[in-house]
Ligand binder design. Structure first.
Ligand SMILES: [Fe+2]
Ligand SMILES: [Fe+2]
Length: 276
């Protein structure tokens, strides 16, 4: 079954697309007879960009959330208000409080900006699970991803409290996995669990060893150089056909990936569409 994936929110936009960028991520996966929205961005760009890319979000029945950060969940409000009720798949910890705390002690709330009851009132029907599960035929959410690689350590600036005393490993982080005829396609939110951890877990749970595409945020922009080196080394082993980083990958890590994988690389900016 062919799939079409369109990036609707990202930090950068494609040329002449008429779209707007914001720090965040959202992608729409469509196939004959269905569609799934993966993440929703911060909330300013989603509806505008969907309109400009001629994608009708009223027809989307399922929304999946990679994790509970504001730049992936903020678009739930405009989506539910304007495009009707949706079934929303996420991890039970998606409503946790979370903060970025700087060395100066300055803290910023970066969790989901809405309460569950409020979103339910707008027609959001939540299905919460930390398990690997199939949400449409051949399409899976990873659930909580085992953190096995020693080099994929978390972002040291994220905490569960605004005093910065309880590190947040964002255990709700998960990816969407499509089992296509060409191989696995992974959609990543921030991928706080680690790209390599996530790919390995998707392969293990599906039993499919061929990875066709990895698309979305990698958090490599917030990582130390060793993690980037080790990630590049590990990525070479999978022979992935399409490496499409975006969002929290950042400029420097994206440039490195472009240099390392010139034939496979394409930035996952707003408007980027891939058919599989
Ligand atoms: Fe993010
Ligand atoms: Fe995040």
């Amino acid at each position: 079954m062919p799939y079409r994936i369109t990036i609707l929110c990202d930090n950068t936009v494609g040329a002449l697309s008429g779209t707007i960028g914001e720090h965040g991520f959202a992608a729409l996966a469509e196939w004959d007879g269905g569609s799934i929205l993966f993440d929703t961005g911060q909330g300013e760009a989603l509806l505008h960009n969907a309109l400009r890319r001629n994608r009708d979000l009223h027809r989307v029945g399922h929304v999946t959330l990679s994790h509970g950060h504001y730049d992936h969940t903020g678009g739930l409000l405009p989506l539910l208000r304007n495009c009707g009720g949706k079934e929303i798949f996420a991890h039970p910890a998606v409503f946790s409080r979370r903060y970025r705390v700087k060395d100066t002690g300055e803290s910023t709330s970066i969790g989901i900006p809405y309460r569950e009851e409020f979103l339910r009132g707008l027609g959001g029907r939540f299905s919460l699970s930390d398990r690997f599960r199939e949400i449409a035929k051949g399409i899976f959410m990873t659930g909580e991803v085992p953190r096995k690689n020693p080099f994929e350590v978390g972002d040291a600036g994220q905490f569960c409290d605004d005093a910065g005393s309880m590190p947040d490993r964002v255990r709700d982080d998960q990816s969407l996995v499509i089992v296509s005829e060409r191989g696995l396609v992974l959609l990543l939110g921030c991928c706080h669990a680690g790209v390599i951890n996530s790919i390995d877990y998707a392969m293990e749970k599906t039993g499919v060893e061929n990875v066709y595409a990895v698309i979305g945020g990698t958090h490599l922009g917030f990582s130390d150089p060793n993690r980037l080196d080790e990630t590049v080394r590990a990525l070479r082993g999978y022979r992935i056909k399409k490496i499409c980083p975006g969002h929290c990958t950042g400029f420097a890590a994206s440039a490195r990936l472009f240099r390392e994988f010139p034939g496979q690389f394409h930035p996952a900016h707003v408007g980027f569409t891939i058919e599989i």
